[in-house]
Design a protein around this ligand. Structure first.
Ligand code: 6PG
Length: 247
């Protein structure tokens, strides 16, 4: 499986992914700014903390790096559920990233208006791909146990006709009913590079469904992430990959 990297644990996965991020940013920023979109949840924390370490942070030209989120919970930015707060505490508080380079989703704003505002921020900030959509240099995605990614849930409106031309949308967590603002599939698939970072045996079933294309895998939004003219790589630890029987 050419687009899969296997690691013994989340720590080694995070170290390798930090190296990839650093190398991509250093290379790209020789010519222009770099546009990154990150996820929330629990998996990325170690990656953020690793990037904050001097061995990486001293080499990354933070003033040329613009950070966006693939989704955000509709809560204040100081709320414990906030994806912004996760990145602030694990990374931003430890590096010299210009505030203007942090393109946070305003979780406390009215969701429909904020989805429009945020989509405009993405459109006006990023270079365009061949398809005319904003093109991220790198998008880091997580995977939910139900096959969601960003806040595109299997039961969500992301699949309703007409949603395909939205860059961002308001979504709702199927369990908690918590409102979210999420990037839509076309924006994710317009990226130059997408990396899924998945850790833990509790994700092994959905990982196997997707990689082995088991019945119904196409109902998972994560399975629909396929960059049109970009690279997709899955960074898995042994727990997440245990049902792939890779040896
Ligand atoms: C969020 C994330 C979401 C996350 C997955 C995996 O806002 O929660 O963007 O898509 O990546 O739910 O979450 P964990 O990393 O906590 O398993």
């Amino acid at each position: 499986m050419e687009n899969l990297k296997l690691f013994k644990d989340l720590q080694s996965l995070s170290l390798s992914l930090a190296e990839l991020c650093k190398n991509l940013v250093v290379t790209t920023t020789k010519n222009r700014d770099f546009y990154l979109a990150i996820s929330g949840g629990s998996t990325p924390r170690q990656l953020f903390q690793t990037l904050a370490r001097a061995q990486f942070s001293d080499l990354i030209p933070w003033h040329k790096l613009h950070i966006f989120w693939v989704d955000e919970r509709c809560v204040p930015m100081d709320h414990p559920d906030s994806n912004y707060l996760l990145a602030k505490q694990a990374l931003f508080d430890h590096i010299n990233l210009p505030p203007d380079n942090i393109h946070a989703i305003r979780g406390a704003a009215e969701p429909n208006m904020e989805a429009l505002r945020y989509a405009e921020d993405v459109k006006s900030s990023l270079p365009k791909g061949e398809n005319g959509l904003p093109r991220f240099d790198l998008i880091l995605l997580g995977l939910g146990g139900d096959g969601h990614t960003a806040s595109l849930f299997p039961t969500g409106e992301a699949f309703k006709p007409g949603s395909e031309n939205l860059l961002c949308r308001v979504a709702e967590h199927p369990g908690s009913r918590q409102k979210r603002i999420s990037m839509n599939l076309p924006l994710l698939n317009g990226a130059a590079e997408v990396v899924f970072m998945v850790s833990g045996s509790e994700k092994s079933g959905v990982v196997a469904d997707i990689f082995l294309q088991r019945d119904g895998f196409n109902n998972y939004p994560a399975a629909l992430v396929s960059p049109e003219s970009g690279k997709l790589t899955w960074y898995l630890d042994h727990g997440a990959a245990q049902l792939l029987h890779l040896g």
